[in-house]
Design a protein around this ligand. Structure first.
Ligand SMILES: O=C(O)CCC(=O)C(=O)O
Ligand SMILES: [Fe+2]
Length: 248
């Protein structure tokens, strides 16, 4: 029996965290350094995806609901979680940050950017909060047939972590058609490159949020990354976004 006024803790994602910790991070780091994106296939199982997708209906968990069309962001909707984050989201955010902070620091070194990110996410969040960025940014997104997400960057203030993660929570071909995650890479004085990520349910994509370094013949140059979602042609698509900086 649930006692009135007693908040039950959210279930956690032990298998996803175990899988995350068991990955070959040298491989993942190489992909991130080389291409600015890495896909962790099947990080979440079906039940874990359903658990996260099921949070969408629980309005009390969110601080803000965005209808994308109203802002010119595309078509579809998303909700920013409130603090305290549901434990699965908080645990993924904390565990993933610790694994990719070295990548972020290496990128800044290569790009001659002074900022270095602390080893622990809690310490980075303390920096965000001290800089006036105190609102949580992890989110759930929901798209129906015809919906899409315009190319964008998720920057919410001066302080920004250069990588973020997206988890696909529904199964392409079954729950929805279309709705591919798309990345663009704008190169100085050259035409842009695009990459389509054919994710399956439970896959996590780690991607460069803003700038990333590319090794060229004459040294390192900086490219400008954007991401978006192509039109969902049928069904319903849900995803979770994990952004490491908080918002103003
Ligand atoms: O729905 C998606 O796959 C993209 C989500 C997104 O833009 C984000 O999490 O920042
Ligand atoms: Fe985004």
């Amino acid at each position: 029996m649930t006692m009135p006024g007693v908040v039950r803790p959210e279930p956690i994602l032990p298998t996803a965290i175990t899988r995350l910790e068991a990955l070959d991070w040298q491989d993942v780091e190489q992909e991130l350094d080389g291409r600015g994106v890495a896909v962790l296939s099947g990080l979440l199982d079906e039940g874990e995806c359903r658990l996260l997708a099921g949070l969408y209906a629980r309005r009390e968990l969110f601080r803000r609901h965005i209808a994308m069309a109203r802002h010119g962001f595309g078509q579809g909707e998303y909700r920013y979680f409130n603090y305290p984050l549901p434990r699965p989201i908080a645990e993924l955010r904390t565990a993933l940050y610790a694994r990719i902070a070295p990548v972020a620091n290496r990128w800044n070194q290569w790009m001659n950017q002074e900022r270095r990110y602390p080893d622990r996410h809690a310490d980075f969040l303390a920096q965000c909060h001290a800089a006036g960025q105190q609102r949580p940014t992890p989110l759930l997104l929901r798209y129906h047939a015809g919906d899409y997400n315009c190319l964008h960057q998720d920057l919410y203030g001066d302080l920004a972590f250069p990588l973020q993660a997206v988890i696909l929570l529904t199964e392409p071909g079954l729950d929805h058609q279309g709705g591919e995650l798309v990345l663009t890479e704008q190169r100085p004085r050259r035409q842009s490159r695009v990459e389509v990520l054919p994710l399956q349910r439970g896959d996590m994509a780690i991607l460069a949020s803003h700038h990333r370094p590319v090794q060229g013949a004459r040294g390192v140059y900086r490219v400008n990354m954007r991401h978006g979602v192509s039109r969902v042609r049928a069904g319903q698509r849900l995803s979770a976004g994990i952004i490491f900086h908080d918002a103003e």
